[in-house]
Each structure stands twice: as structure tokens, then as C-alpha cells.
Design a protein around this ligand. Structure first.
Ligand code: AMP
Ligand code: MG
Length: 282
């Protein structure tokens, strides 16, 4: 299954979320059957991230957006645990601080974009500025409606400068969200995740769907595409995200840099040192 092809939102298409099956399973019936493939992707992801770090030429920005309980944290846990923390950073964007609000909305975002060789994962992002901000009228429509173009220009600037961008919307349906809220209520270890606002935001389900549809439709571009990932089944989500990441990284044609030293010469020195060591041991 080519998940990238299946779930990528073509530029200029009009997304209708209620026409997309959040409970999609594809070719696997359950988690067990998907596991071997998932493990393979996770391994490959580890190698590719190492290569990106070694090459030190370009970077990867992964943006995760979704409604509460759709699995942003879970995706980071499962899929991105493959990566070496040395070259990977995760940023969660919360309600802006007074300092952040005193700047333009992209200010805090730009500071978190990945440097060459690094992967950055955004748990929420500048898209909140056309989502929660729109749903709750935090700024007037004249302001947020201009942001789609601004975001496209910002992302273009990043991709032009060597940052590869992949954006994932984790799509669950309303029943699945309620079921997950219940699981949290039933598990004391997950009580800390529950917030008053989860239920309050659920009241705005329809408004959020519309805001997401516009954000995704307006900002899925050739170089910074959106993917809508059916996420009622966590293993489908993990499999799809990991495969899309692997395919994207493979397509970059990354190479280990040429050694900065004469390897033959270093080998010769190593063998000489080894011989010396052995002689001393005698
Ligand atoms: P969580 O990801 O569950 O920790 O929640 C973070 C909260 O921060 C969510 O309720 C978001 O809607 C909110 N948030 C993130 N970015 C913004 C933003 N730019 N403006 C307003 N609220 C935001
Ligand atoms: Mg939350």
C-alpha cells in the first residue's frame, strides 16, 4: 500500500473530512498483522535519520495536528522513538505566552524550525493560528483569513532553504474521541491528560472540522503537503505515518559525506599502533 499517495492532499483540492473514513484499515486486519511492516519502517527511519544527521545538509520538519485524543502524543511515542535524540527535537505549542503574543504568530514557530541535519516534530504548530484562533474568534476574520497565504509563504521559505516539510492531520471521528476520553477516565495513569477544555472543545467539533478543512485545502502544497491519516486505529496511523516518512526521506537521495581524512593513512596508523600494543603485551 502506498500510503503517501493514498492520503496526500493534492494542492488546490477541496477537503471534506466527513467523506473520509477515520476507521480505515487497508490491507491489515489488526495490529498484529501490521506489526512486522511497522517494525521494518521504524528501523529504516532510524537509518535515514542517522544519514540526515551525518550529511548535515538539510532538515525535516514533521507537523502533527489533530483534535484532542486523536493521537499526537502516541504517534510521537511509537513512530519517532526510532530516532536518535541527538538529532531530533520535539516541540509542543501551547496557548501563547504574553511574550509570544507580543510578536507575530510565526515568531515562536520560526525559532523551533530544525537546523541542518536535524528532525523537528511539532506537536501543534502555526496551524493553531487558523484553527483554535478562528473557532474561538481570538482575532478577527480579516486577520486569520490572510494567514493561509502567509503560512504558505513561510513554509516555502523553509523548503527553499533545505527543510523538508510533512504535515499530518490525525483523523478520528466523534465517537472514537468519546471512547478515548472514557479510556482516560478508566485509567488512573492517564487522568493527568484529562482537561476541562477537552469536553468544551468537543462542543465545537463541527467548527473545528470546517477550520481544518480550510487549513488543509489552502495549505497543502507540492513541497509542504498535508496528509490526512485515518486514526481510529492506532496501528493504521503508525504504519501510515512511518511509511510516509521513510518514503520521503528515501526520495531525498541523501549521502554520507566524504571522509575528511585519508582513511588508508588512518588504517595504516591503526595497524601500526595495534602491532606496537601487541609487542608491549609480550
Ligand atoms: P495540549 O496540546 O493538549 O497540551 O493543549 C495545548 C493547548 O494550547 C490547546 O488547547 C491549543 O488549542 C492551545 N494552543 C496552541 N497554540 C495556540 C495558539 N496559537 N493560540 C491559542 N491557543 C493555542
Ligand atoms: Mg490535550
Amino acid at each position: 500500500m502506498n500510503y503517501a499517495k493514498k492520503f496526500k492532499v493534492d494542492p488546490n483540492s477541496k477537503v471534506k473530512l466527513d467523506e473520509i473514513d477515520a476507521g480505515y484499515k487497508g490491507e491489515h486486519e489488526n495490529k498484529e498483522s501490521a506489526n512486522a511492516e511497522l517494525e521494518k519502517h521504524v528501523q529504516r527511519l532510524r537509518e535515514l535519520q542517522y544519514l540526515m544527521y551525518a550529511e548535515n545538509k538539510r532538515s525535516l520538519l514533521i507537523i502533527l495536528q489533530a483534535l484532542d485524543a486523536a493521537g499526537k502524543d502516541g504517534t510521537i511515542n511509537h513512530v519517532l522513538s526510532a530516532m536518535n535524540p541527538q538529532g531530533c527535537r520535539v516541540y509542543g505549542f501551547k496557548t501563547p505566552s504574553p511574550e509570544e503574543l507580543a510578536h507575530d504568530y510565526l515568531w515562536r514557530i520560526h525559532q523551533a524550525t530544525p537546523r541542518k541535519g536535524y528532525v523537528a516534530v511539532f506537536n501543534r504548530s502555526h496551524y493553531e493560528d487558523v484553527l483554535v484562533v478562528r473557532v474561538h474568534n481570538l482575532v478577527p476574520k480579516e486577520v486569520w483569513s490572510k494567514r493561509y497565504d502567509e503560512i504558505n509563504a513561510f513554509e516555502k521559505q523553509l523548503t527553499d532553504n533545505g527543510t523538508h516539510i510533512l504535515k499530518f492531520y490525525l483523523h478520528i471521528d466523534k465517537d472514537e474521541q468519546l471512547a478515548r476520553f472514557k479510556q482516560r477516565l478508566d485509567d488512573p495513569n492517564r487522568h493527568w491528560k484529562i482537561s476541562e477544555s477537552d469536553y468544551a472543545e468537543r462542543e465545537y467539533w463541527h467548527e473545528y472540522q470546517k477550520a481544518y478543512e480550510d487549513a488543509i485545502s489552502n495549505c497543502s502544497t507540492k513541497d509542504a503537503p498535508w496528509f490526512i491519516i485515518p486514526s481510529n486505529h492506532k496501528w493504521v496511523r503508525n504504519l501510515a505515518v512511518s511509511q510516509i516518512l521513510v518514503d520521503a526521506l528515501e526520495s531525498l537521495g541523501m549521502k554520507f559525506p566524504a571522509p575528511t581524512v585519508d582513511i588508508a593513512e588512518i588504517k595504516r596508523k591503526y595497524h601500526a599502533a595495534e602491532k606496537e600494543e601487541k609487542r608491549e603485551d609480550k
